[in-house]
Design a protein around this ligand. Structure first.
Ligand SMILES: [Zn+2]
Length: 398
């Protein structure tokens, strides 16, 4: 397997834009979203029942074979493009795969009030280089191109979504040749902080996870208002949209911030060492777990992962729990205990003064490099070391 070195290999890249549907397009999309949701929920229900009552595992193919009969039973399913409906079975299949591999919880039913989406494969849209027309639609979508779409690229699939705030987005997937960045002579270890989002082994702390504090206050206020309105009333619905708008703003800001940071770290460093989310999640501390999800570590790591791949950088993920905060970076002395409140400490053996977070990030860098060296040079490697058990993690300190 030497594919990692062939950087001219095309990479899938997504371009997401906002668009403004005509009334007719909005009507078709609403109908399509409804059908996609219906089929997804039907398949989830069918699969769960088959397993719970008969111990039978239904595959994508099994469910796909049942689809024509379902369409006979509910003829309105035939009014929309069959492609996104079919794709929803694929999405469910992926959701189950992620569940069985321990990455997510058991799939849940899709709700009308939540964000909606529909995926069109290349046989269900036309793209003429500038405009996009979906199956069953007469006119192209009015897309707001805030950044240029790569010329001569052929989209392989298109996902249309509508968020809780009522905004429409199109996500266009293309295959692209991405040139690796010039090699740089820098390496970094990253740790997740509580006061700062990320701590670098250089001592730099970036991003205050509370930078959304103002918006969070606004969100809480909007939520309180929503709860007070009478169920089923127009005013309640208006309040719900308001909550969704604040949510959307928070998500956008966070995503934007994470993108800037992950791009910068990948540009500046040849090797980036981190602890995997599985390791982070082992720390059974509720408030800490909340902070981890608040700062969106999982999404941040995902961005680092694909950007490192694009630009020819090495991301080393440490899969094994290691007392990175409690170990002295200089002499490897391990403290018995280090309370979460303690921000700095002095090593009893070599008397080095440590900033808690920087010391941890330095240990992560050293740990990652040793893993990388064992794996044979600069190439993406995963640590294959023994996984920590929850009992070990119970004593863990971040
Ligand atoms: Zn020491």
């Amino acid at each position: 397997m030497n594919r990692g070195k062939d950087h001219t290999e095309p990479t899938k890249r997504a371009y997401k834009y906002r668009f403004f549907p005509t009334n007719e397009q909005a009507r078709i999309l609403a109908h399509t979203f409804g059908c996609v949701r219906f089929v997804y929920n039907w398949a989830l229900h069918t699969r769960s029942i088959a397993y719970n009552e008969r111990g039978k595992k239904l595959s994508y193919n099994d469910l796909s074979a049942m689809l024509p009969a379902l369409k006979e039973q509910f003829p309105w399913l035939k009014d929309v493009s069959s492609v996104p409906v079919q794709q929803s079975l694929r999405h469910l299949d992926t959701a189950f795969k992620n569940f069985f591999e321990g990455r997510v919880k058991y799939p849940t039913f899709k709700k009308k009030q939540h964000a909606q989406s529909a995926t069109y494969a290349s046989n269900a849209f036309t793209w003429d280089g500038t405009s996009l027309t979906l199956a069953k639609m007469e006119t192209p979508l009015d897309i707001h191109l805030h950044r240029a779409f790569p010329q001569n690229s052929k989209p392989s699939s298109v996902t249309i979504s509508k968020d809780g705030a009522g905004r429409y987005f199109v996500c266009i997937l293309v295959e692209e040749d991405i040139a690796p960045l010039p090699v740089v002579n820098k390496m970094v270890g990253l740790d997740l902080g509580l006061k700062s989002m990320v701590i670098l082994s250089t001592g730099e702390a970036v991003g205050n996870p509370r930078f959304l504090h103002q918006d969070e206050k606004k969100l809480a206020k909007a939520q309180r208002r929503h709860a007070k309105k009478k169920k089923g009333s127009q005013n309640r619905n208006k309040a719900r949209v308001k909550v969704a708008r604040v949510h959307a703003r928070i998500t956008d800001c966070r995503r934007d911030y994470q993108h800037k940071l992950s791009t910068r770290i990948v540009r500046e460093n040849q090797v980036i060492c981190i602890e995997s989310l599985a390791v982070k999640n082992m720390v059974k501390n509720h408030s800490l777990a909340k902070s981890i999800s608040d700062v969106g570590w999982g999404e941040f790591v995902r961005q680092l992962e694909y950007k490192a791949k694009w630009y020819g950088r090495t991301l080393v993920k440490i899969d094994r729990w290691y007392p990175s905060s409690k170990t002295c970076y200089s002499c490897k002395y391990v403290l018995e205990e280090l309370d979460l409140q303690v921000r700095s400490w002095v090593c009893p053996q070599c008397h080095t003064v440590h900033d808690r977070d920087t010391n941890a990030a330095k240990n992560i860098l050293a740990g990652g490099l040793s893993v990388s060296a064992c794996g044979g040079g600069v190439r993406p490697v995963r640590a294959q070391a023994r996984r920590a058990t929850p009992s070990e993690a119970g004593n863990a300190q971040l």
